[in-house]
Design a protein around this ligand. Structure first.
Ligand SMILES: [Zn+2]
Length: 368
């Protein structure tokens, strides 16, 4: 197979030869393709989609593929399926089911190289906990994590937690030694607690600016502290609903394009029509325009969009190039999680996205 398209970084027409899943040649194209080629997107936080919740206590292996197939339509070649705060039994079921689905399907295994555990060791306060169920928010527990990691076949590579929880620092140190990336999120921590978490090994902030109190002291608060910690990377949900353009721009200016990750945080209701739903024991609503909310509250419950829209938004909101925005949604999260960074070069896996770009909206044609 030979793909003719413009290189997403240079705009030059190139011909990319693909054989057995690998790039075997890259040369100048003798054609004049209008569309572009880039590495496929990698999203570090996908909770589900099309009504399938990875956190559901009744998740079935065959449902995992439904989400992966939908993600492909949005340029996402690989992603970290994400389980949120729940009982041990439900989390254990979720990770075991994901592992079972992957073990039975080689292509799915390539799409889902690692898992993200967001919770249950989060703040129980309204605001920081977001849509995570209060009754299941608890203190970090290494033994519990080990059992979950066993069920996941060792694939949990990222854990988002609130560092003010009892035992969090020892937990961060232990998991960091094992190569797991600790992210700070859904937290009500003091600035000192944020700094202690960074000293213990925390590497990034999960969807900074969301999973927060509605109002905060203007100077001394956990958002500024995380932005000021140079050791911390940060992910942003740039779906157009979670953060205003100004904040997206400020986060990227502070962290730089080298330490900012774009995530959709796609919820199980991503891709679903507007309406009221009952998901993982909570009432949720998809509003016109795809915003997913906890009805009657200002709190969002993940995104109704996927990562392609988030990339387009970042170009518009932060004034970065399309190539930089794509890298924040592919190379950067791979780098942070210690996964191989895919490029358009000979010998690389053909993990590619073909798309149209009119300067405003990225329209995915195909993921190869
Ligand atoms: Zn979250």
């Amino acid at each position: 197979m030979i793909l003719h398209a413009r290189h997403y970084g240079t705009g030059q027409p190139i011909a990319v030869a693909v054989e057995d899943g690998l790039i075997t040649a890259v040369s100048d194209s003798d054609q004049s393709p209008k569309h572009y080629i880039s590495p496929a997107l990698f999203d570090p936080q996908i909770n589900g989609g099309l009504g399938v919740a990875f956190s559901s206590p009744t998740l079935k292996p065959e449902q995992v593929r439904i989400v992966a197939d939908e993600c492909r339509k949005h340029g996402i070649g690989t992603f970290a399926p994400t389980l949120i705060t729940n009982s041990f039994e439900a989390l254990n079921h979720g990770f075991a089911t994901l592992a079972k689905a992957i073990d039975a399907d080689k292509e799915l295994a390539r799409c889902l190289p690692c898992f993200h555990l967001e919770g249950p060791y989060l703040s129980g306060e309204d605001g920081p906990r977001g849509a995570h169920p209060k009754e299941h928010a608890r203190d970090p527990d290494v033994d519990e994590f080990r059992r979950l990691q066993d069920s996941a076949g060792g694939r949990i590579r990222m854990v988002t937690l609130a560092p003010e929880r009892k035992g969090a620092l020892a937990f961060i140190e232990k998991l960091t030694q094992e190569g797991i990336v600790i992210a700070i999120g859904h937290t009500a921590a003091t600035s000192a607690q944020i700094r202690d978490a960074v000293k213990a090994g925390a590497r990034t902030s999960t969807h900074i600016g969301n999973g927060c109190h509605a109002t905060l002291p203007r100077h001394d608060n956990y958002i500024w502290e995380q932005l000021a910690c140079d050791e911390l990377w940060a992910s942003i949900i740039s779906d157009g609903h979670h953060l205003p353009a100004t904040l997206v721009k400020c986060v990227i200016r502070i962290k730089g394009i080298g330490r900012t990750l774009i995530t959709s945080d796609a919820s199980s209701l991503a891709g679903m029509p507007p309406g009221k739903y009952r998901e993982w024991g909570a009432d949720l609503e998809v509003l016109l325009g795809g915003k997913v909310v906890v009805p009657g509250t200002p709190f969002l419950a993940g995104s109704g969009h996927f990562t392609d829209i988030c990339v387009s938004n970042v170009v518009r909101m932060a004034g970065v190039s399309l190539a930089n925005a794509i890298d924040m949604a592919s190379a950067r999260p791979r780098q942070l999680l210690g996964l191989p960074v895919t490029t358009i070069e000979v010998g690389q896996p053909a993990d590619l996205m073909l798309f149209d770009w009119d300067g405003g909206e990225l329209k995915v044609r195909e993921v190869v």
